[in-house]
Design a binder for this molecule. Structure first.
Ligand code: FBP
Ligand code: AFP
Length: 334
């Protein structure tokens, strides 16, 4: 098998017309994203040796304490993407408002990112990740928070980098999902998975079971049936996995199938879930659909949600199509 690095892959994409085709500006953007994540990965691997573990003592817009590494990764992405010459503005899960690149309103792309997802895992040396979503710049003047409020189906690219035993980047431009593994010695990402596919059926689910008592009835029913195993209505045993990093959990689903759920619950009926639509749910849903899976908020397709706020949250149910559709049907008949 000949070795295809990320640059080779991107160059091929520039020759495609229509679906999956990209322009030279997108090449620059993705190369910058990959290079920055390579540096973030190097920092993560140094851990305590680089003095970057523990709390930075500040809080993000959701009132969560930021880890030092969150701040470092956020700053690295803001700086490198601004320097690409193709990004007009950025929005980050760690910032209250978007970060326009001043005087560059005519640049073609906007980028949203969660610089370090699963940050509670950092200090315990468990997988974490960076998630990103790319939108067209509507080019209607100044870049404001409203410029980013575009439904998920308008995304022109999405991906994540998982920092695990290997550092891998998973990417889509709307024509399949491709995975790249970081070769540290060569300092480049190498294509290692083409047209990733999520099986329609699965025997594996991911949900934070400690929230069970708070779930609404359709989720209670669905999980209860999975837990009954062979002797229950599903007639087979299911296994459970929960890493507490969406990137790592979704990466498993993309790799070997499964269903991932973070449903809204009864604790606060005004809160439509825990995960963030723009930084987590939209990019992951784009990838999952491109890999043949399904992604919904238990009622509607996530990619069709019209965002009203940069930091809006939503329920997430994604992965193997037959399982996600079953969850949907339990909500429809409730
Ligand atoms: P493997 O090395 O075969 O994956 O087994 C790992 C392990 O023995 C333990 O490290 C871990 O606690 C356990 O399996 C997890 O098993 P389960 O499938 O019950 O979650
Ligand atoms: P952080 O990046 O703030 O750690 O949040 C990660 C996350 O939003 C998502 O990646 C996980 O699926 C989820 O939190 C885990 O949350 P629990 O605390 O419920 O396990």
């Amino acid at each position: 098998m000949t070795r295809t690095n990320l640059s080779d892959f991107l160059n091929v994409c520039t020759t495609k017309q229509g679906k999956g085709g990209i322009d030279a500006a997108m090449v620059v953007l993705i190369e910058a994203m990959a290079d920055t994540c390579r540096h973030i990965s190097a920092n993560i691997h140094k851990g305590a040796l680089a003095g970057i573990l523990g709390s930075a003592g500040t809080e993000n817009v959701q009132g969560e304490t930021q880890k030092q590494l969150d701040v470092i990764a956020n700053d690295m992405l803001l700086e490198s993407l601004a320097q690409t010459g193709v990004v007009a503005g950025m929005a980050s899960e760690e910032l209250d408002d978007c970060s326009p690149v001043r005087g560059c309103e005519d640049r073609p792309y906007l980028v949203l990112f969660d610089p370090l997802d699963g940050s509670s895992n950092i200090d315990v040396n468990v997988s974490i990740g960076t998630i990103f979503s790319v939108l067209q710049n509507p080019e209607n003047g100044l870049i404001t928070n409203e410029s980013f409020l575009q439904a998920g189906h308008t995304q022109v690219a999405a991906g994540y980098v998982v920092y695990g035993p290997q550092t891998q980047m998973v990417l889509t431009f709307g024509d399949g999902v491709y995975g790249f593994t970081l070769d540290r010695e060569a300092a480049e990402f190498v294509l290692t998975a083409e047209r990733m596919q999520i099986s329609e059926d699965t025997k594996e689910f991911a949900i934070n079971m400690s929230n069970q008592r708070h779930w609404y009835a359709p989720v209670q029913k669905y999980i209860e049936e999975l837990l009954m195993g062979k002797t229950g209505p599903r007639g087979k045993d299911f296994n459970m996995r929960w890493i507490a990093s969406m990137v790592a959990d979704v990466h498993r689903v993309l790799t070997r199938g499964g269903i991932f759920m973070y449903p809204k619950d009864q604790r606060d009926p005004s809160k439509p879930g825990k995960l963030r639509l723009m930084y987590e749910a939209n990019p992951m849903s784009f990838l999952v659909e491109q890999a043949g899976g399904t992604a919904c908020d238990a009622e509607t397709r996530i990619l069709d949600i019209e965002p009203l706020d940069l930091h809006q949250r939503c329920s997430v149910v994604l992965g193997s199509a037959n399982e996600v559709n079953r969850v949907l049907s339990y909500h429809q008949t409730a």
